[in-house]
Write a protein that binds this ligand. Structure first.
Ligand SMILES: [Zn+2]
Length: 243
């Protein structure tokens, strides 16, 4: 069986038995992979083997029968490169990081490589470890993630009438339509939400007040929930804590 060596971040974990784990790893070169780590929780006389935890980052070797196959890959080696330490000092940081990991798991396909997204997630986790405010980091990550998987909303024009840079008054966003809807078109759409001028500015990455960033997070979270057909993991809980 071919062995793949790659950098990886633990996106999801599921304890499988007394000694093994099933994990969703996000690898840098090979995308998301579902793996079984057999005996990972079994320590020996010469080796202490703690189970892997969510958000752990490391270098791994996976044994894979065929790329893109349905079966679980087998994790044969794991060397921790970055403990998730600082993330656990604050519930806000931890929720922000877990939100990013869960959203990455939800919106990417198995074995679909996104090295730039991997780097963005690794950078986000590192930055969150010492961040005083998390929204300014998480909103750009939401945007990067949606762009990487081809689901970036169009914020440059009304997607109904093609009008460029529609005015802020009466501006809406429709997830189903994939972008902004101007005031002249919005009455024809049921699935929509209002977008204020400051939220729009924050959405296009031009910064903003905490309130604007919060609005931008909520809108991108709404879009992600619409795309996956269910509320995002921790989106609401994170917002209740975020500053
Ligand atoms: Zn329009």
């Amino acid at each position: 069986m071919p062995a793949l060596k790659d950098d990886a971040i633990v996106l999801r974990k599921l304890d499988y038995s007394e000694s093994s784990q099933v994990l969703a790893l996000f690898t840098r070169q090979h995308g998301k992979a579902r793996v079984i780590a057999k005996g990972i929780k079994r320590s020996t006389k010469t080796r202490f083997a703690p189970a892997l935890d969510l958000l752990d980052a490391g270098t791994t070797v996976l044994s894979v029968r065929h790329p893109r196959q349905e079966a679980l890959a087998i994790l044969t080696e794991w060397t921790q490169t970055r403990p998730a330490g600082g993330l656990r000092d604050s519930l806000e940081r931890l929720y922000a990081a877990q939100y990013a990991a869960a959203l990455t798991a939800d919106l990417t396909e198995d074995w679909d490589p996104h090295p730039a997204l991997y780097d963005a997630l690794a950078d986000l986790l590192a930055a969150l470890s010492s961040a005083p405010a998390t929204l300014a980091l998480l909103v750009p990550f939401q945007r990067t993630l949606l762009a990487e998987v081809g689901l970036q909303p169009d914020l440059t024009r009304c997607v109904a009438c093609d009008r460029p840079d529609p005015p802020a008054a009466g501006l809406h966003f429709s997830s189903h339509e994939g972008g902004l809807i101007c005031r002249d078109c919005e009455s024809a759409y049921y699935e929509k939400r209002g977008v204020t001028a400051e939220v729009r500015t924050a959405l296009i990455g031009a910064g903003g007040t905490p309130r604007a960033l919060r609005g931008a997070f909520e809108l991108l979270d709404y879009h992600a929930a619409h795309l996956t057909g269910r509320p995002t993991m921790l989106g609401r809980a994170y917002l209740d804590l975020s500053t």
